[in-house]
Ligand binder design. Sequence first.
Ligand SMILES: Cc1cc2nc3c(=O)[nH]c(=O)nc-3n(C[C@H](O)[C@H](O)[C@H](O)COP(=O)(O)OP(=O)(O)OC[C@H]3O[C@@H](n4cnc5c(N)ncnc54)[C@H](O)[C@@H]3O)c2cc1C
Length: 304
Amino acid sequence: MFIKRVPQFEYHVPASLGGAHQLLSRYGRQARLMAGGTDLLGAMKRRDMVVGHLINLKGIKGLEGIDFHETAGLKIGGLTRLGDLERSAVVRDKYAILMDALDVMASPQIRNLATIGGNLCGAVPSADTAPPLIALRASVVLYGHSGQRTVLVENLFKGPGESILGPDEILTRIIIPPPAEFSGGAYIKLMTRNAMELAIVGVAVHLSLDKDGKTCRQATIALGAVGPTPLRALQAEKVLGNRAIHEELAKEAGKAASREANPISNIRATKEYRTEMIGVLTARAVMKAYERIRKNRTKGGQRT
Ligand SMILES: Cc1cc2nc3c(=O)[nH]c(=O)nc-3n(C[C@H](O)[C@H](O)[C@H](O)COP(=O)(O)OP(=O)(O)OC[C@H]3O[C@@H](n4cnc5c(N)ncnc54)[C@H](O)[C@@H]3O)c2cc1C
């Protein structure tokens, strides 16, 4: 088999964010940041991207790690590997919706290289961590020459492969709010096989219930792989608001979500199939999130 080599490039490993910025301003459009390289190196090999200067972020201390605080929530370093998140007891216990995504991403080998920051910054519409993070109302911290800014994950994407990051900005951290009482979520990914597959459709639902354990106080629904960017299904969220959750209501929300998305037909699925499956999966994810909250409620804990 013919294997393409990566074209020649200069390799840099800065030890600080300042050092990375210096390199970015010196080499401009020829420079590219690298985290795990699982997306980037493939694109370079395929000549989809020409990179003269590759800046590996892994030499910068403090960009990796998972830190949970009951009031501040979860802080995840942008360079944290998906495998480390998958092995985190805090993520598994308190952010099950994110764990749903990690469990079905790529393969263990890829997850041990790939980072959560790389998954978001690649801005692929099917990126699996995006819908759960949007549903959790997570933000990212972007660090550039002019300082630091915090942006909701739902506002991070501009189009396929295009994010709002400026040319000198580095995603340093992801912040997820602490789990609220009686809240929880679920992510469901439609694939043609159980591993090593991009989402045909991905649906994340996060619910907060009233004390009665039935009425939906707030719903956040995010869809992946059904438009140029991951998106919120705002009308479907409205369907659930202030109503007692049950299967028929979940199906109604599913129908609303189907109407909000604008999927394309491609080699992996037709527009019609995707549209149908948004409805089915939204309804399933609503019920899965609901059952999770109720189960957890009887155990006396919180899980989102
Ligand atoms: C076989 C295979 C299977 C895969 N399966 C899945 C899957 O199931 N689901 C899925 O969502 N993805 C999948 N992917 C895609 C990929 O593995 C993930 O998107 C991964 O999380 C990318 O992270 P990375 O650290 O490798 O990013 P890199 O490849 O290093 O970078 C990706 C992009 O993000 C930019 N970047 C990275 N980190 C930062 C940062 N901190 N600040 C600013 N810019 C940054 C880079 O410049 C580059 O443009 C798969 C890839 C392969 C090869």
